[in-house]
Design a protein around this ligand. Structure first.
Ligand code: SF4
Ligand code: SF4
Length: 707
């Protein structure tokens, strides 16, 4: 560009109208002020009068651009670009402009030809032209070729070229081209629609990375990269779980929650933007609430409250909308301060993220929110990493997390990762020979024993046997012990005394539930407040043997001596009001139900009474009332041969005391069979080895010969 004014340029031109430079200077001046009609005639005059190929070339291209900007004379534009191409076939600009001309005309084969030749010929740096002919750079030839290839039926080549652009040229691109590239990559994905992703079939079971409960019954899964199998692995085949699925897609095809719902009884909410998918979903997924909505406009606090009530822990959160920026925005709108999620699958789409930033951002954010990365860079092949898998470390089993962990920088081909040919045996979990390993908590041992002082309960023996000063289990100590228990260990609130003699018992129960343990309760209700009943009523109590929620009512015979106060009656009234909502609720008594509560619960199971592995014999010497009841309880003696436990829980229904000591079982009121201390040792260290024999078992109705 010269510094001359238009008048000066015109005077020069008048002096010598045949001089190509005078024509060129006028052309670029008119072009710069938007007078394309004047500009193009001077460009053409320059091209005709110049002997320099390069000058002719750039003038022909600029003239074509001027015509193009006027929106007419397509034929002229094309011939000017063709002329330019034949003038300097070694330069890239004409290939780019003519290729784009053909693309606009939907003449994809011509465009593909032009871009391909240009890409092949024009590699390497070229000296720039004197004027801007709207050529963005060499990458634009590759981009044009990628765009033209797809409608020519060369889909794989097109996909490869777009990925090459991301890898080699994205930093050189204009903002518009980067956005365009992002759109193309997101829509094309790593593979075409015919690509057959690896799914799980029942014959894969022997190769499953972790043999979770119920995996043996799965015929096939639905996820794209085994997300459903990962969730079930981490939660050891959890049944009746809950989920929020952001980006639901189709109800079964490549869906992460279909298997959870159909085979494991899960329920949840799915948010899907595509109306066809959402409608399809509504028809085929009866236990999922489907919202046809924009996931970025949802108030998740409100949504979770609406669908999950007062529940603050959701088992699974899926984040999968496109592109990466949207998924990240959705992540930021999740109220992590109000709700926790046991497992999260997060789709960062790193392999198509042109900015290559969202994977790191999501990792930083989720780590800050307290989540632990378990599998990085999950892909359906060996290169297209698009997901990370996370857990909340407080809400999952550490042992399983160790089995599933793969957090190095490599890309994890999901099929190879999940079906790695080795079922990791739970060999260290020898207590899992029972589906109901249990830790029962004795939350306090008052100096005078349990206030209810039941006739058939060896409280005098307990009083004499427990001499530790630590008689009251604090909430902190409870948490300390509980955090050592594997998640599948059932936590039972019963023990050697009434559990609600401890004022923190409700908080303990809720904490154990939050940590994912199955829960069972045996209580008289003594020590409870009415509000406790409402706080614990919605817990899904375990229905296995020696589980459920048992309310021990007083009896007219006063074998159980509940202090029947005004507060106690109010508590039993509250139980009456909500007992239909309490899973596994039933009542028992040691005789006929006491008149004071009979109007509330007329019936109660009266169990058979046993000598508590001989402990009632000693108790009778200290508690005269028992002498009159000797006919009412049974005793057994198996003889001298060793005996082990024949309960459904085998040897793994143990009792923790307020000082952390763990007694073998609920027969051991004399505390002679302390197997360890949970404050000081791990669960693995204190759990007895299978088939261990104990003297006490020879006097217990549950004792059996070891096998
Ligand atoms: S049976 Fe239960 S309520 Fe009765 S005295 Fe024993 S621990 Fe207390
Ligand atoms: S005494 Fe032995 S057989 Fe009886 S419940 Fe305890 S562990 Fe089982």
């Amino acid at each position: 560009m010269t510094n001359y004014s238009l008048n000066e340029l015109l005077y020069k031109f008048i002096d010598d109208p045949e001089d190509p430079h005078n024509n060129f200077n006028l052309a670029i001046h008119y072009h710069s002020i938007g007078q394309t009609a004047s500009a193009l005639s001077y460009y053409l005059r320059t091209a005709e009068r110049s002997d320099e190929r390069r000058m002719q070339y750039q003038c022909l291209l600029s003239a074509a651009n001027c015509f193009k900007s006027q929106g007419t004379r397509n034929f002229t534009v094309k011939s000017l670009l063709q002329n330019a191409l034949t003038t300097c076939p070694e330069r890239p600009e004409a290939y780019y402009l003519l290729g784009n001309f053909y693309l606009k005309e939907a003449n994809h084969h011509e465009a593909y030809l032009l871009f391909s030749i240009g890409e092949g010929i024009c590699k390497g740096n070229q000296e720039p032209l004197d004027i801007d002919v709207e050529y963005p750079g060499f990458y634009s030839l590759v981009m044009g070729k990628a765009e033209a290839a797809y409608p020519c039926g060369l889909c794989d080549e097109s996909r490869k070229l777009f990925f090459k652009l991301k890898k080699e040229y994205s930093s050189l691109m204009t903002e518009d081209h980067r956005n365009y590239l992002q759109e193309k990559l997101s829509s094309l994905g790593a593979h075409g629609s015919n690509y057959k992703f690896r799914t799980y079939v029942s014959t894969d079971h022997k190769d499953l990375r972790f043999n979770f409960k119920g995996s043996e019954n799965i015929k096939n899964n639905h996820s794209q990269v085994f997300q459903d199998m990962f969730i079930l692995s981490i939660l050891n085949g959890k049944r009746d779980g809950t989920f929020i699925e952001i980006g639901g897609g189709f109800p079964y095809h490549k869906n992460n929650t279909a298997l959870l719902e159909s085979d494991f009884g899960w329920k949840g909410v799915s948010i899907e933007f595509n109306e066809i998918c959402a409608n399809d979903y509504k028809q085929h997924r009866p236990n999922t609430n489907v919202l046809h909505a924009n996931a970025l406009l949802i108030n998740y606090s409100r949504l979770i409250k609406e669908y999950f009530g007062s529940e603050t822990i959701i088992d699974y959160l899926q984040l999968d909308i496109e592109p990466s920026a949207n998924t990240y925005e959705a992540l930021l709108s999740i109220p992590f301060d109000e709700y926790k999620f046991r497992v999260i699958t997060y789709e960062h789409d790193h392999y198509v993220d042109v900015s290559e930033s969202y994977r790191d951002k999501s990792r930083e954010y989720l780590t800050k929110m307290g989540y632990q990365l378990v599998v990085t860079n999950v892909a359906e092949d060996d290169e297209s990493a698009f997901e990370d898998w996370w857990v909340h470390p407080d809400l999952v089993d550490e042992y399983i997390v160790d089995v599933m962990k793969a957090t190095d920088d490599s890309v994890k081909n999901a099929g190879k990762y999940m079906l790695c040919g080795e079922i990791i045996p739970e060999k260290e979990k020898f207590w899992d020979i029972t589906p109901w390993p249990t830790m029962e908590f004795t939350t306090s041992i008052p100096k005078k024993g349990c206030v209810v002082d039941c006739a058939f309960c060896p409280q005098r023996i307990l009083e004499r046997s427990y001499v530790d000063e630590e008689r009251y289990l604090t909430l902190d100590n409870f948490k300390r012990a509980l955090d050592k228990l594997p998640q599948n260990v059932r936590v039972t609130f019963a023990g050697f005394t009434e559990p609600w003699l401890n004022k923190d018992c409700t908080d303990m129960l809720l904490y154990a539930h939050e940590k994912g343990h199955p829960i069972a309760v045996f209580t008289t209700g003594i020590g409870m407040k009415v509000e406790d009943v409402y706080r614990i009523k919605n817990i899904p109590y375990d229905l296995g043997p020696n589980g459920r929620f048992v309310l021990h009512l007083p009896d007219n015979e006063r074998r159980a001596k509940h202090p029947i106060t005004k507060n106690y009656i109010e508590v039993i009234e509250a139980f009456k009001e909500v007992h239909h909502e309490i899973q596994g609720f039933y009542t028992m008594a040691m005789g006929t139900v006491h008149d004071e509560v009979k109007h509330l619960f007329p019936e109660a199971v009266v169990p058979a009474f046993w000598s508590r592995a001989g402990n009632l014999v000693g108790e009778a010497m200290l508690k005269p009332e028992l002498l009159n009841l000797q006919q009412e309880y049974k005793s057994i003696y198996h003889g001298e041969e060793p005996r082990t436990c024949g309960c459904d829980e085998h040897l793994y229904h143990n009792i923790m005391l307020p000082n952390g000591d763990v007694s073998l079982c609920c027969m051991d009121y004399s505390l002679k069979f302390i197997i360890g201390n949970l404050f000081e040792q791990s669960y693995e260290e204190i759990a007895p080895k299978p088939q261990s024999c104990f003297d006490m078992c020879r006097f217990c109705e549950n004792g059996v010969k070891p096998v």
